[in-house]
Design a protein around this ligand. Sequence first.
Ligand code: COA
Length: 260
Amino acid sequence: MNLTNVLYETRDGFALITVNRPDKLNALNRATLEDLRVAFHAAAKDPAVRSVVLTGAGEKAFVAGADIGEIASLDAQIGRDFAILGQGLFRTIETFPKPVIAAVNGFALGGGCELALACHIRLASENAQFGQPEVNLGVIPGYGGTQRLPRLVGRGIAIELLVTGDRIGAARAYEMGLVNAVVPLAELLAKAGDLAAKISEKAPEAVRHCLEAVNAGLDMPLEEGCYMEATLFGLCCATEDMKEGTAAFLQKRKPLFKGR
Ligand code: COA
């Protein structure tokens, strides 16, 4: 895999994807977005990869935003294309068929906060800071922040963060439900790895359908969402893993799932 600004490693049951531009606090330029696309494609294709941990290189930043050097020269048309490009990648992450865990190891600002928002689970180190400071640059978030932040933390808190550009620490992010847990920086990757290991023991198709049901269902009326859930439940019932999971329970042994 030919990557410049992203590291891709496979660990036991998961892929570790690291945004690797520490001298620019891992800011997302176009080349980095393209590398992320390639890395996620590889993780999707590899059946040994059951989840993804996404983090930033160094101890200071997860991702400090879209690259402001690139934003500076945008005009109306190219600015719209720039947003659509990033949105496409972030939607790929949000709808990824395997859980994506953001291990937020420092600044998650602007596009970095939006990247974390597109992930399924967010773990933060104690030094993490979140914010949408785009109003300081005369723009708004362009990678889904105005849409995903209110869906996650509620409209009032999201609007306050968006219009003030304020940064918040990990403890406050936890209080408002922006992150699932806060851990010391030195333990962050290990905790994310533990979570990935736990997921890798579950039935892959059931995990995939959980993600699908939540992602699609949140945009549906409850009744339609439940109807879709029933369909996905039915699909699970047609898998070998369902037979294995139920048989293992009844035989009082550990299931061995095959992803079929
Ligand atoms: N785009 C491009 N470069 C960025 C960047 C971004 N979003 N964020 C940081 N960098 C670069 C800096 O320009 C600097 O590069 P240089 O050494 O070549 O000058 C390097 O990363 C280190 O950043 P620096 O500002 O010196 O670190 P700091 O510890 O003083 O401050 C921040 C850290 C995160 C508070 C500050 O870098 C910042 O405010 N970044 C922009 C955040 C932002 O507005 N993001 C939203 C963009 S839409």
